[in-house]
Write a protein that binds this ligand. Structure first.
Ligand SMILES: [Zn+2]
Length: 78
């Protein structure tokens, strides 16, 4: 059984509470309240891996930052 999103399985397991409990315990990723895992790009929604620009409260991923940096007033010197 493979799914792209493990949360899809929860819908199937609504009628099997014991299996649901076990699935939640062993298969779902841990909910985190803080940290880099929760960093989400405010423009495209990309999460997790890759560069994340949180400085100056920008909250963009590296791709979005590259595209709109000049519009924000950043200059490229090299
Ligand atoms: Zn982005």
């Amino acid at each position: 059984m493979t799914t792209s999103d493990p949360n899809k399985m929860l819908k199937q397991l609504t009628k099997k509470p014991q299996k649901m409990k076990r699935f939640r315990r062993y298969n779902l990723s841990k909910e985190r309240s803080c940290g880099r895992q929760n960093a989400k790009c405010s423009r495209c929604g990309r999460t997790g891996i890759g560069g994340f620009v949180g400085q100056y409260n920008l909250r963009y991923c590296r791709c979005c930052f590259r595209e709109i940096a000049t519009r924000l007033g950043f200059k490229k010197y090299s």
